[in-house]
Design a protein around this ligand. Structure first.
Ligand SMILES: *Cc1c(COP(=O)(O)O)cnc(C)c1O
Length: 380
């Protein structure tokens, strides 16, 4: 195939990364921690303005794992988790030997449904165990129903881990995603809104929590001259080289988000006139999405010639990548034996949904190609 491939979302360098990587090499700090890591944390703490303490880690997954550890989740404990998400939200619950309890989405933000969340909490308490934590996700950059979800968490005094891996730059009522939970987590994986190649961060509201996070992330070394350990340790700290990439990347956060919003408006113009398609959008002005990935729901016709899968194949023919939404966790072989509360909203989203190319580096030419596939597909 000679057509240039158009990807779902690729990382984009801005040229500032080199200077920081070079600095790490010059001072010969090529291991974890170090000056770039501290500066990167500082930049993120400034970005979050209010009292937030950021721990830079080697992935978003390790950030979720450390949040569970800091909350005190142990083997046999129950943790509520949004079902409609990437498996990295739920896997760390299993690392702890804890039991994930999955909750359906609501149709407006596609995120954890407050009603089913409360039903789940009440039922788990009735069955004898109060959930130890709630993992809520801002899917594809769109904030979950923050007020409702946190009101329920507060009512039952259950800490919230806010999985903001896809939502750096998103806001709810003007407040930045990542700062609502008892712990917030970010991912700087290769395809996220900014990248450190691989990386993540844990956001907490106290210095002590950050110190504990660094302690666990660096093999839980006790205060001694020799290597002494009284607790299980992890190798989760971000490397000084990766943080250098992050320091370069963070300069482009705003322009990346601007491009993502422009991409979103491009899709909005196209899909406005297509009856079978609903573009995933924020509910109202309280919500601001970074539109990390644009997603649509395709209402199938009777013959099934129109469906999310046939549209995906039409894109594939033109060497354009599109992808089904995350398959809900309660439908995954590894998780399906765990309790689930809700109906078929997440399942329905999965069956009808498709993620579309949304890179911040999509060119006009790319967009023309994408548009042509869509218009031809719907015979417009
Ligand atoms: C990417 C992602 C993560 C995990 O981040 P990694 O840095 O890849 O470990 C967690 N949750 C969600 C929703 C994600 O999209």
């Amino acid at each position: 195939m000679d057509k240039k491939k158009i990807y779902l979302s690729l990382s984009q360098q801005n040229g500032f990364e080199n200077e920081y990587i070079q600095k790490a090499l010059e001072v010969n700090w090529i291991t974890t921690g170090g000056p770039n890591v501290e500066e990167f944390e500082c930049k993120l703490e400034k970005y979050y303005e209010e009292e937030s303490f950021v721990t830079a880690l080697n992935s978003g997954t390790s950030a979720i794992h450390l949040a569970l550890i800091l909350i005190g989740v142990k083997a046999g404990d129950e943790v509520i988790c949004q079902s409609m998400t990437f498996s990295a939200s739920a896997n760390p619950v299993l690392y702890q030997g804890a039991i994930p309890i999955f909750v359906d989405s609501e149709a407006e933000t596609w995120n954890i449904c407050p009603q089913n969340l409360e039903i789940a909490i009440k039922d788990r308490i009735k069955k004898g165990k109060k959930p130890k934590a709630i993992i809520a996700v801002h899917l594809y950059g769109v904030p979950y129903k923050v007020d409702e979800v946190h009101a329920i968490a507060d009512k039952y005094e259950i800490p919230v881990i806010e999985d903001s891996a896809e939502a750096l730059g998103s806001c709810y009522k003007g407040k930045k995603c990542g700062s609502f939970g008892n712990f917030g987590i970010l991912s700087f994986n290769g395809n996220k809104i900014i990248t450190t190649s691989s990386g993540g961060a844990l956001i907490s509201s106290s210095k002590e929590a950050k110190e504990r996070a660094v302690f666990f992330a660096t093999q839980s070394r006790d205060n001694a001259v020799h290597y002494q350990h009284s607790e299980i340790g992890y190798n989760y700290r971000m490397s000084n080289i990766c943080a250098g990439i992050g320091l370069g990347q963070i300069k482009s956060l705003h322009t990346n988000i601007e491009s993502k919003v422009i991409n979103h408006n491009f899709y909005k113009t196209i899909f406005n006139s297509i009856r079978n398609v609903e573009l995933f959008e924020v509910l109202n002005e309280d919500y601001f999405s970074n539109y990390w990935l644009n997603a649509i729901l395709v209402e199938p016709d009777f013959s099934n010639s129109i469906s999310s899968e046939s549209l995906r194949l039409a894109f594939e023919k033109e060497n354009i990548e599109s992808r089904p939404l995350w398959k809900p966790m309660h439908l995954q072989p590894i998780f399906e034996k765990h309790p689930y509360y809700g109906g078929d909203i997440a399942k329905d989203l999965f069956e009808k949904g498709l993620c579309l190319p949304s890179g911040s580096n999509l060119t006009c030419e790319d967009k023309e190609k994408i548009k042509k596939v869509i218009l031809d597909f719907f015979k417009l």
